[in-house]
Ligand binder design. Sequence first.
Ligand code: ARG
Ligand code: MN
Ligand code: MN
Ligand code: MN
Length: 305
Amino acid sequence: QTCILIGAPMDCGKRRRGCLMGPDAYRTAGLAEALAALGHKVVDRGNLAPAPHEADDPAAHPHRLNECIGWTQALMAEAGRAMDQGMPVFLGGDHAISLGSVAGVAAHAARAGRPQFVLWLDAHADFHTVATTESGNLHGTPLAYVTGQPGFPGFPALPAPIPQENICILGLRSVDGAERDALQASHVARHDMREIDETGIARPLQAFLDRVTAAGGALHVSLDVDFLDPSVAPAVGTTVPGGATVREGHLVCEMLHDSGLVTSMDLVELNPFLDERGRTAQLMVDLCASAMGRRVFDRPTRAFG
Ligand code: ARG
Ligand code: MN
Ligand code: MN
Ligand code: MN
């Protein structure tokens, strides 16, 4: 495979600063070297910048809307270009990068006549609209945008809204009231930590992967650092206790590689300013390596089913 690393030092999707250092932390933790060691060709495109946009009033609600729109435009365009050359890995940046990365890969899939699917690994649903967000933090909105909900004034029109049934969220344990109502009325597949505790993480994941396979879909994976438990991944501004273990994280990523379905990926919400000696950046790199084929033994086994 050709892996295209795309830095997106986007920090406007929330108030706490630091995610702009994410792309360089992944580079420092050896992401390119880890993927190359697996036999992939790695192209590092460096860092993107937002499209020109009007200045934001720092006190406005939502927070830094125009800058987020500028990033969305830039990321959408870059996603389409990168999909033609290999497998894009978007290095965030906060989760607002997915407004553009997911919209862009979905547009590309639509041009290729393939249905787009999205696996969202996150403590949060990120299913607010600009109208429902209480915090005003746009990193809490990408799944509503890419599924084509109304309420995103000023954002690029979506060339290819993703059907709700093509989305699966794994790891939920912090969902706001408006998101909960919208999710429960939706066809988004959603699995909270209670379900993961009861059934194991492999079961809901394999059920989703089987649906992607049956549809011949393209699969985008969006990995938020806060999917993981804060005890193993402290470098994120929105920690929620009770998250995925290192072992669950690797199992998910290994199953993703075995499926052969992944066509693009985001690594988001890493805030290196909050890290401890790089351990969170290193874990994210190791998880990405598992998703790209790193194995203990050269013998892919079907973990479940
Ligand atoms: N639901 C909360 C909000 O809208 C938290 C969102 C957290 N999202 C994230 N990408 N970390 O503010
Ligand atoms: Mn193309
Ligand atoms: Mn998120
Ligand atoms: Mn989150």
